[in-house]
Design a protein around this ligand. Structure first.
Ligand code: NAD
Ligand code: DAU
Length: 380
């Protein structure tokens, strides 16, 4: 089969990246999909077991900071598209070790941009038909306040500019034209990488796109993040460490809906544009935690709310952003993307997946997953 496109996906062994790799490998048999991942603690090739033998898929263990390696790979594979997800992604780790976040998220992104620029400028057609798509986060916009129209207690029903009705904890939302105000070392490093991507468009004419998405949830998420950590702790009857009062609000999107948005935007998004991705689905942490307890206990056949006593309020995260809420009207209006799952359905699917994949979780929490690459590729 003739190869129509050759695309590097960075961070494809991570949570969101593995869903994007799976979607593109299955949907486009005539594309070559090259998963470039360093396999940090967050990278797990077991996330991709179902597609690793497909003829249009290749895995390359490489650091995105390795300029020469990336450039050589781009030349070898005649790469015409990059979907860049590789990053250090956990806010709590960035508070303890900001340098690693600057190295990967800022220098790594810059190195990747420079390698793409070098290779694409060698081609006689230059940037024509090329795409550098950078996946970013809503956290770059900072934190929103909780405000409500007079006399109404949040959450209240409101209407997005797309006309969609939803529950909200505040009257303002993150829109694409908003000023960047990152607070954590993680979001500061993502903000910096976003600026570099846009600078490469403005300075060199590179065809870039940036998207900023809200909190993702679903299968294969590393169990340091709220949802998989808490599902696992409920199963194991371990304490559930709620930061502060559990009043912070996050806007949750099912990971496969994010992957679908990435597919749509990679193919049909306008160069130099920014798109916000989110599901108009705001939840207070404590309410989501209660839903997780209810759902997990029910699916495990335990008494209703048997594990509410596991909730343990702990010291708040430093600089904890109060509220995130994405307005994704532009994406819905211009490219027709919409989330496919209601939250209740998404949470049911997610908890069921973690319960059915206890071995995946066990191999992560025991550290065995890190040996998978060596077992898989030894002697090749
Ligand atoms: P993740 O931590 O699960 O995965 C990150 C992947 O990047 C891992 O496979 C890791 O091995 C790889 N990686 C890290 N450093 C690397 C390096 N130097 N070179 C090559 N590979 C490296 O992250 P995720 O939650 O899947 O997030 C993916 C992207 O989406 C990130 O850019 C993140 O900022 C962004 N994002 C995440 C969310 C979310 O809710 N998880 C929301 C919006 C945006
Ligand atoms: O908004 C998008 C971002 O969402 C992504 O860019 C990040 O990569 C991703 O990690 C996520 O960041 P958060 O900090 O919002 O996700 P996390 O799962 O760490 O925490 C969600 C909320 O739950 C947050 O308010 C902190 C709180 N929390 C988290 C953990 C891990 C707790 O109360 N207890 C916990 O143990």
């Amino acid at each position: 089969m003739e190869t129509k496109r050759s695309i590097i996906i960075t961070g494809g062994a991570g949570f969101i990246g593995s869903h994007v790799v799976r979607l593109l490998v299955n949907k486009y048999p005539d594309y070559r999909i090259i998963n470039v991942d360093k396999l940090t603690y967050a990278g797990n090739l077991e996330n991709l077991k179902d597609i690793e033998g497909k003829p249009n898929y290749r895995f390359v263990r490489m650091d995105i900071c390795d300029f020469d390696g990336i450039l050589a790979l781009m030349r070898e594979e005649k790469v015409d598209g990059i979907i860049h997800l590789a990053a250090e992604s956990h806010v709590d780790r960035s508070i303890k070790d900001p340098f690693t976040f600057a190295r990967t998220n800022v220098i790594g992104t810059l190195s990747l941009l420079q390698a793409a620029r070098t290779y694409w400028e060698e081609q006689k057609e230059g940037y024509e038909g090329k795409r550098f798509y950078h996946i970013s986060t809503d956290e770059v916009y900072g934190a929103l306040e909780m405000t409500s129209p007079e006399g109404i207690e949040p959450p209240f029903t409101t209407r997005a500019s797309s006309g969609k009705k939803h529950l909200a904890y505040g009257t303002r939302f993150f829109t694409e034209d908003m000023k960047y105000q990152p607070h954590s070392p993680y979001s500061a490093s993502k903000a910096s990488s976003d600026h570099f991507v846009r600078a490469f468009h403005d300075t060199y004419g590179m065809p870039t796109i940036v998207t900023n998405c809200s909190n993702n949830y679903g299968p294969y998420q590393f169990p340091e993040k709220l949802i998989p950590l808490f599902i696992n702790n409920i199963c194991q009857r371990r304490p559930l460490p709620v930061y502060g009062k559990g009043e912070n609000v996050r806007d949750w999107l099912y990971v496969e809906d994010h992957a679908r948005a990435i597919d749509v935007i990679f193919h049909r998004g306008q160069v130099a544009e920014t798109y916000n991705i989110g599901g108009f689905n705001e939840w207070k942490n404590i309410d989501i935690i209660k839903v997780l307890i209810q759902t997990t206990d029910r699916l495990l056949g335990r008494e209703e709310n048997e594990d509410v006593g596991l909730i343990t309020y702990v010291t708040d995260r430093a600089g904890h952003d109060l509220r995130y809420a994405i307005d994704s009207s532009k994406l819905q209006r211009e490219l027709g993307w919409e989330p496919s799952l209601q939250f209740e359905e998404g949470i049911e699917k997610t908890v069921s997946w973690y319960l059915a994949n206890g071995e995946w979780m066990r191999r992560i929490t025991s550290g065995e997953y890190e040996k998978y690459y060596d077992e898989m590729y030894s002697g090749r």
